[in-house]
Design a protein around this ligand. Structure first.
Ligand SMILES: Cc1cc2nc3c(=O)[nH]c(=O)nc-3n(C[C@H](O)[C@H](O)[C@H](O)COP(=O)(O)OP(=O)(O)OC[C@H]3O[C@@H](n4cnc5c(N)ncnc54)[C@H](O)[C@@H]3O)c2cc1C
Length: 308
């Protein structure tokens, strides 16, 4: 086991996952919190042994905490820093890695402790290849949602409020606007219905919603549905740059099966695919495949489930 692993997340609500993952490899887990007192309180109950807390002022950027966090890392010398992947966390982690003279390991497929070192398999070239990487110095891992499963934690860890101040990264906060986000935990769902560009219109998501309700499933999607079409929240897209899921069943409707998406569903016990193209790559990666039009199959399945 490693002696000490630090965990860091932009949102305190994601710390239980990170903490449970860090516990698999580290004897001691310390959480870094940059945020409000409520975030520190939430982190304290997420399962770590201690919390380092930097209060974040209204105009402080997340990455402005590079210098203070790096200074404490240098002083404490943990073996690893697990960072929950998000845009702001990437901005901070990249700067910390540069200061610490280490590299970030991202787009992870797997992680293991081998001969006292963290060994990861990471996707590269947009998922076309897998690279095995072993950390030598500080191991910095970007962890996607659902990569680790949260576990129930008891007790409260002590919170050490840090006096060191943020240092402006050069960017200035001009305005803050609320982005609409959805609270969805695809990583914990037992069944997920995933929809791809086979869907012709946003309104047709109702078909998938009806089926998901009948199955008691969560709804996910491919990246183009969330980021190109903006039909669903970004939290719902699955894959190498999105959520990693481990449901009992993943139902893929109108999903072609590109590697960047399929990496995110590799942990599913059963994959069922519906696609109208018999040559779609997903048919080589699923357990059950149905060549058909999702506009016919989804309502028919919903109908059967509702009657049963
Ligand atoms: C660096 C990088 C990272 C990426 N990361 C991700 C990621 O994390 N997640 C992700 O999902 N993608 C990711 N992508 C994009 C990925 O490469 C694919 O473009 C994407 O997954 C394809 O989405 P799709 O299957 O919805 O669309 P398409 O590939 O367009 O497939 C649509 C499918 O729907 C079928 N279809 C059409 N009409 C119907 C119908 N009526 N009934 C049934 N089937 C129908 C078609 O036959 C087709 O197979 C990434 C790409 C890059 C370069």
């Amino acid at each position: 086991m490693l002696a000490n692993i630090w965990i860091l997340s932009e949102k305190a609500e994601n710390l239980p996952e990170l903490c449970a993952g860090a516990r698999q490899y580290g004897q001691k887990v310390s959480a870094v919190v940059i945020g409000s007192a409520a975030d520190a309180e939430q982190a304290s109950g997420a399962g770590p042994d201690q919390v380092y807390y930097w209060p974040r002022g209204a105009t402080d950027l997340f990455e402005d905490f590079t210098a203070p966090v790096s200074a404490l890392l240098l002083a404490e010398q943990p073996d690893a820093l697990f960072v929950r992947d998000s845009r702001r966390a990437r901005a901070l982690a990249g700067r910390i890695a540069a200061r610490m003279g280490t590299a970030i390991m991202a787009n992870l497929e797997s992680c293991a402790l081998v001969e006292g070192k963290l060994l990861v398999e990471a996707l590269m070239f947009g998922g076309a290849a897998v690279r095995a990487q072993k950390a030598t110095g500080l191991a910095m891992l970007m962890i996607g949602g659902g990569f680790f499963a949260a576990e129930a934690a008891g007790g409260k860890a002590p919170v050490a409020v840090q006096e060191s101040k943020p240092v402006s990264s050069g960017a200035t906060l001009v305005e803050r606007r609320q982005v609409e986000t959805e609270k969805v935990n695809l990583g914990a769902a037992k069944q997920v219905v995933g929809v791809g560009r086979g869907l012709a219109r946003q309104d047709d998501l109702a078909l998938i919603g009806d089926l998901a309700r009948a199955l008691g499933a969560e709804i996910g999607c491919t990246r183009p549905v969330a980021e190109g079409e903006n039909w669903m929240a970004k939290e719902r897209y699955i894959g190498v740059t999105g959520a990693m899921i481990k449901p009992d069943v993943y139902w893929a409707f109108g999903v072609s099966g590109q590697v960047q998406h399929m990496v995110g569903v590799a942990g599913a016990r059963v994959i069922v695919a519906v696609n109208k193209d018999k040559n779609a790559p997903i048919f080589k990666q699923c357990d059950y495949g149905l060549i058909g039009d999702l506009y016919k199959v989804a309502p028919a399945l919903t109908n059967i489930l509702q009657k049963s």
